[in-house]
Design a protein around this ligand. Structure first.
Ligand code: SF4
Ligand code: SF4
Length: 445
């Protein structure tokens, strides 16, 4: 076998291979996602975190205080349930890992894990090891990924459509090219679940410890697995929030289905999971997309949309509508308004996970009801299952102070979640669409 090129100096642009389809194309066997001829790969400077640095509408003192608060817990501390010094200190603990990687190569205009893939620690060049058949190689990779800390692992084909058109440069506050080695064929998607009880406190600083720990643990797993693959003589590019979009790869790799909240809903953790990706040229068997009723459930359930504080989640049907420049162009799907979401985060001084907390798939599946519920949600009885689930109120926000003090896993409720009013909500929406159409058809005076 020919020697593979693992020399980072010879990296070349690779994202321009992405092409829009001639006609609308179903993505990953999904009824709810279509790629249209207007498709364009995403431009990272347009994501809300980048816009927080360069876009005059968002780059302001409050946003800077929001960013700073992840290293300075006193910045947004206040006398409010879930926002005390204790809560911010808890959230910021695991963030130190992610921050360290982001700062490590700052002098070279690299923010590993945010805008750039993790800088590789290259082992001596070796001949690619014999991994057996692609099925055997995939089995080994999954075993090692789990050993290194992954909760879910899926493998799919490299798809240049999900590579950013350009990355964001924090130094120049503009774009910079995406550089990837040639010859990538596969993507290993690693899922790290977030703590169930912690996410139940969203939207507070205490709850944000869930994503903070997820990022930190994900980083160590990604680095370890990438190094394992390089030591076997293959390419491995470890990516987190950088370089490419996580959700399409997670769906393509069979880890879950696309939900109204814009997230990948997994069978074992619902949307309460983070995804890292390793791009590689190791010959691996690919997984198939899965379906367990999420698409059908999302069409009648709007719990995430009802419980989104700034109302950033679409109540309607999948479409190519873009709320603003932070939405990808030419993909028919459920879309969220990132501007509204980000403004809410900044105003509160921490991130939010209400669309994760309130999702009926966000459950502790070690218990009996969640297992029954998941089965029912895959059948025409899903409406009944959702009604029962509403009654059980597992999706209410719990009080951070009771989480700190509870020793038996029982918590006080801070706020009751808004249930999905099913048809009433749909009816209101249909009435509004009818009203708009009627007005449009009215003859001019
Ligand atoms: S994170 Fe919070 S604000 Fe953003 S879309 Fe989800 S529920 Fe809405
Ligand atoms: S809360 Fe309901 S509508 Fe939203 S993603 Fe979960 S199942 Fe779908």
């Amino acid at each position: 076998m020919a020697e593979l090129n693992t020399d980072s100096k010879s990296r070349t642009l690779f994202c321009h291979d992405a092409t829009a389809p001639q006609r609308e194309e179903v993505f990953a066997d999904s009824r709810n996602i279509r790629i249209t001829p207007e498709f364009e790969p995403f431009f990272q400077p347009d994501d809300m975190f980048s816009r927080g640095f360069w876009d005059r509408g968002f780059a302001n003192k409050l946003t800077m205080r929001f960013f700073r608060s992840f290293v300075k817990p006193k910045e947004r501390e206040r006398d409010e349930e879930g926002f005390t010094q204790q809560d911010f200190a808890l959230r910021n603990g695991p963030w130190v890992v992610t921050e360290m990687f982001a700062e490590m190569h700052k002098a070279r205009d690299r923010r590993d894990g945010f805008t750039d893939d993790f800088t590789p620690h290259l082992p001596p060049k070796v001949e690619p090891a014999d991994m057996g058949t692609p099925q055997e190689a995939a089995r080994r990779i999954k075993k090692v990924a789990k050993l290194y800390g992954s909760d879910l692992v899926g493998i799919t084909a490299y798809d240049p459509r999900w590579t950013y058109r350009s990355k964001f440069s924090a130094r120049s506050l503009s774009s910079k090219p995406v550089e990837l080695p040639e010859g990538l064929t596969g993507v290993i998607v690693l899922g790290k679940a977030m703590d169930y009880d912690v996410i139940r406190m969203s939207p507070t600083a205490t709850a944000s410890t869930g994503p903070a720990s997820g990022y930190a643990e994900d980083a160590t797993t990604l680095l370890g697995l990438a190094q394992y693959i390089r030591s076997l003589g293959y390419l491995a590019v470890a990516t987190q929030n950088d370089t490419n979009l996580a959700i399409p790869y997670a769906i393509q790799a069979g880890l879950g289905e696309y939900g109204r909240n814009g997230l990948c809903i997994t069978r074992d953790y619902g949307p309460r999971i983070r995804f890292g990706r390793i791009l590689t040229n190791m010959p691996l068997a690919f997984d198939r997309p899965v379906a367990f009723g999420v698409e059908e459930t999302c069409r009648i359930c709007r719990r995430c949309a009802n419980n989104c504080p700034p109302q950033a989640i679409d109540h309607g049907n999948p479409s190519t509508y873009r709320f603003n420049r932070s939405n990808i162009r030419g993909v028919k799907k459920w879309t969220t308004d990132g501007e509204k979401c980000f403004k809410f985060w900044v105003s509160r001084g921490t991130d939010c996970a209400n669309c994760v907390r309130t999702c009926p798939y966000n459950k502790d599946y070690n218990r009996l009801w969640p297992k029954i519920m998941r089965r029912l949600l895959a059948t025409p009885l899903r409406r009944l299952a959702l009604m029962i689930d509403d009654r059980l109120r597992l999706h209410d926000q719990i009080k951070p102070s009771s989480w700190w003090h509870s020793e038996n896993g029982r918590y006080d409720v801070l706020e009751r979640a808004r249930d999905h009013p099913f048809d009433a909500d749909l009816k209101a929406q249909q009435d509004r669409v009818k009203e708009i159409r009627d007005n449009r058809n009215k003859p001019a005076d």
